[in-house]
Design a protein around this ligand. Structure first.
Ligand SMILES: Cc1cc2nc3c(=O)[nH]c(=O)nc-3n(C[C@H](O)[C@H](O)[C@H](O)COP(=O)(O)O)c2cc1C
Length: 495
């Protein structure tokens, strides 16, 4: 293969002649540029440069061969001189992470899901922390998701025999060890070299379900191949504007034995995640591409990876989806009783009441607050039988799971808690997190007088204050530790 110097690479840096190096190979992306699912601007940013560090966490390993033929490969990069400033900043961030990791507390010092979050903040690179932790706009919905649980109080029943406790249940017919699944979160390799495979392994070991993301850093097949033989996995789908890509994925998922198709319906446009945008900017600096190219430098990681999502997706497309697969279809991101009823009428097997962890529309209410109204509407319309309602967003304690079950949920999903456990302590971290949540749920059920999931009823929770948005807990971990204000420029330049 032809050797190409970084000087030669650097000369191919325009929209009409653009070369980029990835993993030591140099690719001519001129023709591919308009077809990049993540948009042109991110490729243009690396025109004539080595893009490996930016490429690696965002793309599954088989993506290059899927999109580019061998003739796009122009040769091998023969030196690493002229390291671009982005790489130097990355190296500095790597060093900071290494030092922070040396000072991490021990795993057995983790007592709850918030502990993992605090440690994650110190050991993640700024871009990864920003991508994982950000919510949209003022992050009000993100904080509210957990706060709302503080407004539900418990009505414990006593003198019930709770010697034997069983928290197992089923989800879409699959047996699970507790009513909790790991929700789809994109870009696992931003925070751990094994990416989503860590979650696959932990979910398998703990007998819970993993929802595989469309936008995983690992490939779909890697996640399925890593699963144990009897392990249940679901697929999360972002419908692609190029419908045939989604069709292939869904058909392939069914062939590989996935047991549910979760279609994300709250992402017609990506939310405005300022923390994510700011971190991207501080790491990569101002425009390094010709202004005339019209490259928008303000985009965060979220925008880079999501521009393929089809905003024209609508209720009529349920016919298309049902025609593609026999897998039960569940709509992820339902936020009103009206849409819950429509989902049931369109033949869906269930819904996830979710505001995407507060990452999409700020001021969309917390799922736990919406749950009672949605369950009522389904009951009134006679649609609550054989229809499973899940919620995700802000679930951080076993008692949060209990409250969701009491209000009618079949189970709950977690997003960030699993990510934070993964990026801090890897497989053992996620295992420990799931054990903590399991043990908290067991304790809650025992003290509530509910020996099985079937014994949990709406009479066990007091929701009179649920709609009172002014009640705030002084122990709002999410707002205290997660919300970040803009820092002076001097701070950014130190990153
Ligand atoms: C970093 C991150 C990436 C996410 N990626 C996706 C995704 O690709 N598809 C999707 O449907 N939801 C995605 N979500 C939303 C989660 O599936 C879930 O709805 C949310 O995280 C639940 O809130 P929680 O983080 O408070 O548990 C993502 C969430 C986070 C935090």
């Amino acid at each position: 293969m032809k050797a190409i110097s970084s000087q030669e690479l650097a000369t191919h840096n325009t929209k009409d002649d653009i070369w980029v190096a990835i993993h030591g190979k140099v690719y001519d992306l001129t023709k591919f540029l308009p077809n990049h699912p993540g948009g042109q601007s991110v490729i243009l940013k690396y025109a004539g440069q080595d893009a490996t560090l930016a490429f690696e966490p965002i793309h599954p390993p088989d993506i290059l061969s899927a999109y580019l033929s061998p003739r796009h490969c122009m040769g091998e990069l023969d030196d690493i001189t002229g390291t671009p400033p982005t790489v130097k900043k990355e190296a500095r961030a790597d060093e900071q992470v290494r030092i922070a990791r040396e000072h991490m507390p021990r795993l057995d010092e983790m007592y709850n899901s918030f502990d993992f979050e605090s440690v994650a903040k110190t050991v993640l690179k700024p871009v990864a922390w920003a991508y994982y932790s950000s919510g949209s706009d003022d992050e009000v919905s993100m904080r509210e998701n957990h706060n709302a649980f503080h407004r539900i109080w418990l009505r414990p029943r006593v003198l019930v025999n709770v010697k034997e406790l069983d928290v197992s249940t089923t989800m879409l017919g699959a047996p699970v060890s507790m009513p909790l699944y790991i929700s789809a979160t994109a870009l696992g390799k931003l925070g751990h070299p094994d990416g989503e495979l860590v979650l696959t392994r932990a979910a398998g070991q703990q007998k819970i379900i993993q929802m595989i993301p469309t936008l995983g850093s690992c490939s779909f097949d890697e996640m399925v191949n890593t699963a144990l033989p009897a392990q249940t996995q679901w697929l999360q789908l972002y419908a692609n504007s190029n419908r045939s890509i989604s069709e292939n994925l869904v058909r392939h998922a069914e062939k590989r034995g996935l047991k549910g198709l979760f279609v994300t319906v709250d992402a017609a446009q990506m939310g405005h995640r300022e923390k994510d945008m700011r971190a991207k900017y501080s790491m990569e600096g101002p425009a390094n591409v010709d202004e005339q190219l019209g490259v928008n430098q303000d985009e965060g990681t979220s925008k880079y990876v999501s521009s393929f999502i089809d905003p024209s997706l609508n209720w009529d497309d349920l016919t298309w989806l049902h025609g593609l697969t026999k897998m039960p279809i569940v709509l992820k991101g339902i936020q009103t009783p009206e849409d819950a009823v429509l989902a049931a009428r369109h033949g869906c097997a269930g819904i996830v009441v979710s505001n995407h962890g507060g990452r999409q529309l700020d001021f969309s209410p917390s799922p736990i607050e919406l749950l009672p109204g949605i369950m009522d509407a389904l009951r009134v319309e006679g649609l609550d039988k054989d229809f499973e309602v899940y919620i995700d967003g802000g679930i951080r304690r076993g008692s949060d799971i209990f409250k969701a079950i009491a209000l009618g949920a079949k189970g709950v999903g977690i997003g960030r808690p699993a990510l934070y456990a993964m990026v801090t302590y890897g497989d053992s971290g996620v295992k420990k997190l799931l054990q903590l949540l399991h043990d908290e749920l067991v304790m809650c059920m025992r003290l509530m007088g509910a020996p099985t999931i079937g014994h949990i009823t709406s009479r066990m929770v007091d929701i009179r204050n649920l709609k009172d948005h002014f009640v705030q807990s002084p122990l709002d971990y999410l707002s205290h530790y997660t919300y970040e204000q803009m820092l002076p420029r001097a701070h950014h330049s130190k990153l």
